[in-house]
Ligand binder design. Sequence first.
Ligand SMILES: CC(C)(COP(=O)(O)OP(=O)(O)OC[C@H]1O[C@@H](n2cnc3c(N)ncnc32)[C@H](O)[C@@H]1OP(=O)(O)O)[C@@H](O)C(=O)NCCC(=O)NCCS
Ligand SMILES: *[C@@H]1O[C@H](CO)[C@@H](O)[C@H](O)[C@H]1NC(C)=O
Ligand SMILES: CC(=O)N[C@H]1CO[C@H](CO)[C@@H](O)[C@@H]1O
Length: 469
Amino acid sequence: MSLRFASQTLRSNSLLKKNSILLATRSYSSGEKTLKQRFAELIPEKVDQIKQLKKDYGSTVIGELTLDQAYGGMRGIKGLVWEGSVLDPVEGIRFRGRTIPDIQKELPKAEGGSEPLPEALFWLLLTGEVPTESQVKTLSAELAARSQLPKHVEELIDRSPSHLHPMAQFSIAVTALESESQFAKAYASGVSKKDYWNYTYEDSIELLAKLPNIAARIYQNVFKDGKVPSINKDLDYGANLANLLGYGSNQEFVELIRLYLTIHSDHEGGNVSAHTTHLVGSALSSPFLSLAAGLNGLAGPLHGRANQEVLEWLFKLKDDVKGDFSKESIEKYLWDTLNAGRVVPGYGHAVLRKTDPRYTAQREFALKHLPDFDLFKLVSTIYEVAPEVLSKHGKTKNPWPNVDSHSGVLLQYYGLTEESFYTVLFGVSRAFGVLPQLIIDRAVGAPIERPKSFSTEKYIELVKGLSNK
Ligand SMILES: CC(C)(COP(=O)(O)OP(=O)(O)OC[C@H]1O[C@@H](n2cnc3c(N)ncnc32)[C@H](O)[C@@H]1OP(=O)(O)O)[C@@H](O)C(=O)NCCC(=O)NCCS
Ligand SMILES: *[C@@H]1O[C@H](CO)[C@@H](O)[C@H](O)[C@H]1NC(C)=O
Ligand SMILES: CC(=O)N[C@H]1CO[C@H](CO)[C@@H](O)[C@@H]1O
């Protein structure tokens, strides 16, 4: 064993010890199972279920594949496994079988709050079970306790120039957390495959715990005076994030953040950010490296950045109609957009074929808390007009609004007006959706991912051969 290797192993052992002591004290404080204990109990069932399924149906044909799909962004090809959520074109997303209204009703809430706690959703996505209030409290406390950033990560963020897009800073900071990876250390010390999930779990919690400090440090550096408040160990995740951003004194905003983090978390496994995180993880890169890769995808304008674009479009509309917010005037603006060959941002979807329930949840939040806000009224009028215009236009398969057409307006109302930061909030939320699958992947021994590719010449050969038959 080389010296470097030996010292790495030594360090990792002491780290692990420190951590298991922490966990032991924590499970003392509540008689109930911790998330990690509950997940450990559930794994064997899942492993057996998959083993049996493969044994019984392993060679069953589950779909066909056309050449168009190979060239068309692989739409509709079944080839990924994702336990947390399934998207129905009409009904929208279900998290472990539950719709958004279901989880708003069933998941534990903060005292006095009415929106679900995102850490409760994390529990649900990982186990399929709704946690009790005290189980969520224990998880919130653990996340707060592990929130502090290593010095070198703080320094990296502080040294980033303010013209570097917040998403690029976010990705750099998450990548640099690799120094803390228990998974990387455990792997290097040669732990058994069946223990991979244990360290993936620890890294995932560590990562989630540190995201509020990363996001807030970027926000405060780029847009404010660079001072980041401290985490309050008695608060839930959403309340802490709101505090760190500087909006924690407004309880409505805190509620919005809880809702926002919950509904932006997961939208099946084929989404760029979800798929990328899962793919990079399949090479046994740590959760830090895997999530950072996913965040780089989320930064793209066709994906997470669309919420920024909706807002820019709305502001232009506002200028353009000069105070005339009648349906007629908005209808004209919509046609102007379409006739200029541009898309109506926030409308349309690759899979959905009706109003996105994530849009509806945000609309209901607005109706409750900000019914008279002019930007909200504008968004509402567009909702009355746009589907008909888009249907008449006849191109899009889905004339209904998606999640991004509403999220920015809510943040604007509470004064978080810096659009270029919005995708960072989206990224914090996405971590709640993609990390559970990463833990499950390691627990069930998911292999490295490696689909088959051909060159165009090879595809020509293939289709000619097939159509001659
Ligand atoms: C979400 C989106 C990328 C899905 O793309 P898709 O799966 O290719 O959508 P469709 O199959 O319905 O597209 C068919 C046609 O309708 C057009 N179309 C789709 N949504 C449209 C919209 N909101 N406004 C105008 N035209 C639209 C497409 O550009 C495409 O035109 P083309 O044939 O000239 O290329 C697309 O609807 C879009 O660009 N929406 C606006 C941006 C947005 O809101 N993004 C956030 C996504 S959550
Ligand atoms: C995870 O690893 C630690 C350190 O090796 C060990 O103490 C703990 O028992 C493991 N937990 C599980 C659930 O395997
Ligand atoms: C194609 C697809 O499913 N796109 C989704 C990817 O993720 C964003 C954020 O959840 C969704 O809004 C898109 O609909």
